[in-house]
Design a protein around this ligand. Structure first.
Ligand SMILES: [Zn+2]
Length: 82
């Protein structure tokens, strides 16, 4: 699992098959990379601009690794891709 901290990395991994875990104050969500919530604008606000210190993005191509992330929940919007 890779923590995504730059816009360049975000764009690179967003274009791949795989999974994002997005953490923030509301919880930890597992998304498919194609999910509309895996969004450059939100990433920039949460991470690149450091507006939300609790906001972190992780990428993995391994679904089982993603699912094992502590307390992660599947995103309701993209769970059909998961
Ligand atoms: Zn999603």
């Amino acid at each position: 699992m890779i923590e995504i901290v730059t816009v360049e990395d975000f764009k690179t991994y967003k274009s791949k098959e795989g999974y994002f875990i997005i953490t923030d104050t509301t919880g930890r969500k597992l998304h498919a990379t194609r999910c509309t919530f895996v969004d450059l604008k939100h990433f920039s606000e949460k991470v690149a601009d450091n507006a939300n210190r609790n906001g972190k993005y992780f990428y993995t191509d391994d679904f089982f690794e993603a699912r094992e992330y502590p307390k992660v929940k599947k995103c309701e919007a993209c769970r059909r891709y998961l």
